[in-house]
Design a protein around this ligand. Structure first.
Ligand SMILES: Nc1nc2c(c(=O)[nH]1)N[C@H]1C(S)=C(S)[C@@H](COP(=O)(O)OP(=O)(O)OC[C@H]3O[C@@H](n4cnc5c(=O)[nH]c(N)nc54)[C@H](O)[C@@H]3O)O[C@H]1N2
Ligand SMILES: Nc1nc2c(c(=O)[nH]1)N[C@H]1C(S)=C(S)[C@@H](COP(=O)(O)OP(=O)(O)OC[C@H]3O[C@@H](n4cnc5c(=O)[nH]c(N)nc54)[C@H](O)[C@@H]3O)O[C@H]1N2
Ligand code: SF4
Ligand SMILES: [Mo]
Length: 713
């Protein structure tokens, strides 16, 4: 008997581009994946990873039932257990640790795929709130924390983020982002290559500042090298030019809702293009020209992302980017930096809180929280340092901090010392291998999806609801169901008693399905989009291009004003001003992303790991020659915190003095290979990155880490 072939609409949740998919299925197998041409946002776009969504679904290594660890380290074995037993094990132990040592003895780490799951967005927060610990960590503090902190300080909400209007801009100035490989970030932009071609066809230009001549730099109109960690000087020098050459007066409409212009003018006065040249290597004349072009462009936008936010001055940079867009008249304007109007407005409705900063601090190092989370660079010391509030139990959800956060090897060690660890994850990975129990949720093809986060960050207003492609098996659980059980069972075991009324509300909230909640949230919006309409048009509904002229009405700040000079930034600019020369003669290490990688977790996919190895240290031939190291040799890379041995590959694409490793590699742990298809496990860049190197927000400075490179023999 042959099984019928059927077409299904799906969605890719592997990166922020949220491409619509058209899947061909046969029974419970995926036999084809292509981009959905009818999707109003992604318009048929798909990248190699989109096809690999089928590999995650079919992967024999993927966990489908809870597993309990028996033994330790290289000898660990995993035994399947029932859901009931697994939930009780987690609840018993979390409650025990909290009863014995207090709320903060429980640490929580949330990884990146949480923002790509509807159930995690609707039900995760309730679980974390109920657990009441101050030891909350996430991938945010190795990623976009500076963007969120600055948006909170300037606009009054951590997720009120200006999005580049790439479809209508005439000058796109990109710092520290490589959308040709990453497909965009804090800018949901499926089909970046085509949008870029269109930009250039209309006479627009893209300029890239990056210490590596990246895939994006290669298709840009201009690329300039900048020394890692030096963008702050460049951006402040551009502001210097803008405020010195144009009269520093804002358009009257903008001036009416902006405070602190005078402070900005004073702050940038000493940041001359000449000084920026000395720090960055970018000629002063080029900085002046770029600033003037931004002022004169029909519509221009400055966009900076991970290479800058995960750097030593991430917050100052994101602030300067906003100031540049505002002072050049490009905020909230067609072709500039714009605000989306999503059908579910997680900002306007208060679904996601405005954010706060420094309401409490980490116990050991005194690092401030932001938006309820502590910097993950502090997690290791909070586990290792004895005393009141020491983290003794850890719950990780969809994360792999051993590979993704600074000094991962030490964290790896620290995890062994925990009393108890539980993980909600679909794999045994470098981190979850330390868990006592792993609870695997369904994957993207088995659950309904509406994107609460990325419509908010998209270059066009659209809405889309994607029903599960496959029904889940009876003995599988969705992530939201796992969160519900952990919450209810753990709180029931605590002696702190929640009033029954509150318990009922909590139970009801946790029991309503994410899809039901999406329906309710849509009704609260003004777009006219309903779940019924979305079900009728599964490719998605187009709500049109981004709209300008929405400020000040849309501003989330209580006074409906923009603060151009938040105290925290002003103080950090003073700290920046005190740095007068680039650091010594170490090499500076930066990261990179390959279009077929997905952070640390897709190296089981045959089709993604094919081709030439790509885990090497990239280094400029002049730097190799100076050290008498041959291309392809094994080298030792050392930083303050550790060292790794890896093959080196000569590359003219790097700025001299800069070396690059990808993150998400280093799959051999204790002699066990954690990922299957790749013959070379690679090394982890985060065995070199330093938890002491932080931006003022607490975000890790993963880029620009001083290292030395020697021949390994
Ligand atoms: N040096 C350096 N370090 C970096 C970066 C860098 O550029 N350079 N990038 C940083 C960035 S931007 C990020 S976002 C972080 C990512 O850091 P993390 O989020 O800690 O790590 P990931 O590799 O994304 O791991 C995600 C985990 O989620 C699991 N998973 C996948 N889908 C699901 C699901 O649906 N449910 C559940 N429960 N689990 C799932 C996967 O099996 C995997 O184990 O890494 C950061 N680290
Ligand atoms: N293929 C692929 N796509 C992904 C991911 C993935 O792992 N693989 N991860 C997803 C995630 S979680 C995220 S957050 C996004 C990130 O997406 P992007 O923000 O585009 O991040 P990257 O691709 O890491 O690009 C960062 C760039 O910054 C440069 N850089 C490093 N240091 C500096 C510096 O000091 N100054 C300047 N100006 N540039 C610098 C690097 O050379 C690099 O080209 O990508 C997402 N998409
Ligand atoms: S660009 Fe690739 S990984 Fe990102 S959503 Fe689209 S298909 Fe998925
Ligand atoms: Mo990220």
């Amino acid at each position: 008997m042959t099984t019928q072939r059927e077409k299904r609409i799906g969605v890719c949740n592997l990166c922020e581009a949220i491409c619509g998919l058209e899947l061909t299925i046969e029974g419970r197998d995926v036999v084809g994946v292509r981009g959905n041409p009818a999707d109003p946002l992604s318009r048929g776009h798909i990248c190699p990873k989109g096809v690999a969504i089928a590999d995650v679904y079919a992967d024999p290594d993927r966990l489908r039932r809870p597993v309990r660890r028996v033994g330790d380290g290289p000898d660990a074995a995993w035994r399947e257990i029932g859901w009931d037993e697994a939930f009780d094990l987690v609840a018993d132990n979390l409650a025990r640790v909290v009863e014995e040592h207090g709320d903060d003895a429980l640490g929580v780490y949330l990884g990146n795929p949480n923002v790509h799951s509807l159930g995690s967005m609707t039900h995760g927060t309730a679980m974390f709130k109920s657990l009441r610990t101050k030891n909350r960590y996430s991938a945010t503090s190795v990623d976009q924390l500076p963007h969120q902190l600055v948006a909170h300080l300037m606009f009054g909400h951590q997720l009120f983020l200006p999005i580049p209007d790439i479809d209508r801009t005439s000058l796109f100035l990109v710092l520290g982002a490589n959308p040709m490989a990453s497909n965009g970030s804090l800018m949901t932009v499926p089909d970046f290559p085509r949008r870029l071609r269109d930009l250039r066809a209309r006479g627009g230009r893209m300029v890239v500042l990056d210490p590596r001549r990246t895939e994006t730099a290669k298709v840009a109109d201009e690329h300039h090298f900048v020394r890692p960690g030096s963008d702050a000087w460049v951006l402040l020098a551009m502001l210097h030019v803008l405020t010195a050459e144009a009269s520093p007066e804002l358009a009257p409409a903008v001036a009416a809702y902006v405070d602190g212009l005078g402070t900005v003018v004073d702050l940038v006065a000493e940041f001359t293009p000449e000084r920026a040249e000395a720090m960055s290597g970018l000629p002063a004349a080029e900085i002046r020209r770029l600033a003037r072009e931004l002022m004169e462009a029909d519509a221009g936008v400055v966009y900076s992302r991970l290479g800058v936010s995960a750097g030593p001055w991430g917050s100052v940079c994101q602030w300067a980017v906003n100031c540049l867009n505002i002072l050049s008249g490009n905020l909230d304007r067609v072709g500039g930096a714009m605000f989306t109007s999503p059908a579910i407005d997680a900002v306007g409705t208060g679904l996601i809180g405005r954010g706060h900063h420094d309401v409490w601090r980490s116990r050991v190092r005194g690092l401030p929280e932001t938006g309820g989370e502590l910097p993950v660079s502090a997690l290791r010391e909070e586990i290792e340092t004895p005393g009141d509030g020491q983290v003794r139990a850890l719950l990780t959800v969809a994360g792999n901090p051993v590979l993704s956060t600074p000094d991962g090897s030490r964290l790896d060690e620290a995890l062994r010392g925990l009393d108890f660890m539980a993980a909600v994850d679909i794999y045994v990975n470098e981190t979850t291998r330390h868990a006592d129990v792993i609870l695997p949720p369904t994957t993207s093809l088995e659950r309904d999806h509406y994107d609460l986060v990325f419509h908010l960050l998209a270059v066009r207003n659209t809405a889309r609801f994607t029903p599960a492609v496959f029904d889940k098996e009876p003995d599988q659980r969705h992530d939201w169901q796992i969160f519900r059980e952990i919450t209810l069972r753990t709180t029931a075991r605590l002696s702190r008693k929640t009033p029954w009324r509150k318990r009922l509300v909590q139970r009801a909230r946790l029991t309503a399905s994410p899809t039901l909640l999406v329906g309710q949230l849509l009704r609260r919006g003004s777009s006219g989009v309903t779940l019924r309409k979305l079900r009728a048009r599964p490719a998605g509904i187009d709500l049109g291009p981004l709209r300008g002229g929405q400020l000040p009405e849309r501003l989330p700040s209580k006074d409906k004003r923009v603060d151009l000079a938040p105290d925290l930034v002003v103080r950090d600019v003073a700290r920046l001003a005190a740095v007068t020369a680039p650091a010594g003669d170490d090499l500076l290490l930066i990261g990179r992303r390959h279009k077929q990688d997905c952070n640390s977790w897709m190296h089981n996919s045959e089709r993604l790991t094919r081709g030439r190895p790509r885990h090497q240290l990239l280094m400029h031939p002049a730097d190799l020659a100076q050290r008498e190291i041959a291309d392809g040799a094994l080298v030792r890379v050392s930083s303050r915190v550790g060292s790794v041995e890896v093959e080196v590959a000569s590359s003219e694409d790097l700025m001299p003095g800069v070396v690059s490793l990808p993150h998400g590699y280093g799959h051999a742990r204790d002699g066990v290979l954690m990922k299957r298809s790749r013959d070379v496990p690679g090394v982890s860049i985060n065995d070199l990155t330093d938890p002491e190197l932080l931006d003022v927000s607490g975000n890790a400075a993963l880029n620009g880490v001083p290292v030395s490179v020697t021949a390994a023999d």
